[in-house]
Unconditional design. Structure first.
Length: 170
C-alpha cells in the first residue's frame, strides 16, 4: 500500500512539473518615434542670384518657402519585427506644414532602420526674374515650383533626421 501511495505521489509530482502554463498573447510594443525636420527653399527671386563679381548663378540664394504640406508615408509592415505574410499591412501617412522655410514631423519608428517615402506639394508663385544688364528691374513671372517625391532611409526609434528640400521651377 505504501508503494502504491508513493507511486501515485511520484506520478502526481511528474504531472505537476510537466504541466505547461498557457501564456497570454503578447501585445506588441508600441513603436517609438523619429523626428524628421529640415528647411524648404525655392528660387523665388532670381534678381539676387548674382555673385559679388556680378556673375548670375541660378538659385544661388534661394528664398524660404512660407507655406505648404509635406507628406511622409511609412509602410506599417516595416514597424513589425516579425511580419505576418498573411496580414495586409497599411501605409501610414503623416503631414508636416511648412512655415518660415522650416518643417518638423514625428513618424513611428523601431530599432530596425526603415525608409519613409516623402511627397512634397507643388505650388505656384510669382518669381522675380533676373534681367541681364538691368538687375534692378522688377519683372515677375508666375511659375510652378516642384520638389517631387523622394525617400529617406535610416529612420530609427529615438533618432533625428534632417532632410532639406529644394524646389525647382518647372
Amino acid at each position: 500500500m505504501k508503494r502504491v501511495f508513493l507511486s501515485m505521489v511520484a506520478i502526481a509530482g511528474i504531472a505537476l512539473v510537466s504541466c505547461k502554463k498557457t501564456d497570454d498573447p503578447v501585445t506588441p510594443a508600441e513603436p517609438g518615434t523619429c523626428t524628421i525636420s529640415g528647411t524648404v527653399h525655392a528660387p523665388l527671386d532670381l534678381s539676387n542670384d548674382t555673385t559679388a563679381a556680378g556673375t548670375y548663378i541660378y538659385n544661388l540664394n534661394p528664398e524660404d518657402v512660407t507655406s505648404g504640406i509635406i507628406t511622409f508615408v511609412v509602410d506599417s509592415e516595416d514597424l513589425d519585427h516579425n511580419p505576418d505574410d498573411d496580414y495586409i499591412y497599411k501605409d501610414l501617412s503623416f503631414s508636416a506644414s511648412i512655415s518660415g522655410g522650416e518643417y518638423s514631423v514625428e513618424v513611428p519608428a523601431i530599432s530596425t532602420p526603415l525608409t519613409v517615402d516623402v511627397y512634397v506639394d507643388d505650388f505656384n508663385a510669382d518669381q522675380r526674374q533676373y534681367i541681364a544688364g538691368n538687375p534692378d528691374s522688377v519683372v515677375y513671372e508666375n511659375m510652378m515650383f516642384s520638389a517631387g517625391s523622394m525617400s529617406l532611409g535610416g529612420i530609427t526609434e529615438g533618432a533625428s533626421r534632417v532632410l532639406n528640400i529644394e524646389y525647382g521651377d518647372m
